[in-house]
Design a protein around this ligand. Sequence first.
Ligand code: A2P
Length: 290
Amino acid sequence: MTQLLAKNPEDAMTSLAPTVRLVHGADMPRLGLGTSPMDDAQTERAVAAAIEAGYRLIDTAENYGNERGVGAGMRGSGVAREELFVTTKLNKRWHGIDLVREALDASLERLGLDYVDLLLIHWPNPQQDRYVDAWRGMAKLLDEGVVRAIGTSNFKPAHLQRLLDETGVVPDVNQIQLSPLVTRGEARAFDEQHGIVTESWSPLGGGQTDVLKEPLVAELARKYERTTGQLVLRWHVQLGLVPIPKSSNPERLRQNLDVFSFTLDEADVAALSALDRGEGAAVDSDAFGH
Ligand code: A2P
């Protein structure tokens, strides 16, 4: 692993993302690797390459079908388990006080781990109306220490408000679809007001990467002498968001992590935010979920 050693220990550190302290005390890296829609084999390669590049946060889900690949990539990396921050998510069939434990156990078995850092309810599925029970179960898992942090994904402020009203337990994280084209102002404000860290999925706009094709993004990339991907990821970081870009390309993996050594002018952050196409451009979690 000589390539990871730098003459100056400070240099070795610069390749890691800084961390943010979550409400229940865990420290989460401020940028991570998304793994959807990669299969086990692609995921294993991407996770290994990402960890070598300095990523320490890896995001997966039961629904992605690639938790085995995540575990294999982690074990092959040579980086100690406790240095890594692993997130997984459970599907709607596990929305129940005791069911969430079964979901966690099955994920741990596939990952080959004995704890995850962050467990998320993947979608609220309000038509099923059992996410509050799931949340009660997750709070128990947190108390028992088998997860370091608990959170939600695709929860709107109304869903989060119910969790707070009915359980009093604040999520550490709410992971939502978020990019300069879908800025989710209301959700971000609610999260911030309650000390919930907002994590951005499809931070570059997803498979179509529409965001990266925006003329303003290209113009600002030239101004700051960065790639379009770095420009957009830096926008997330400056808004206090934790982006989890997916890439299976080692060079783009490396570039995407390298967004902590430059700063966008506030006017440019605002100009990027003005690309917002509104809430209607996001997947509607009152209608969709699994
Ligand atoms: P690839 O795996 O070939 O890098 P998101 O994370 O928003 O869901 O977007 C992921 C998509 O964006 C993938 O198709 C990925 O393709 C591509 N991608 C990831 N990083 C970059 C980048 N820096 N520049 C351009 N495309 C990127």
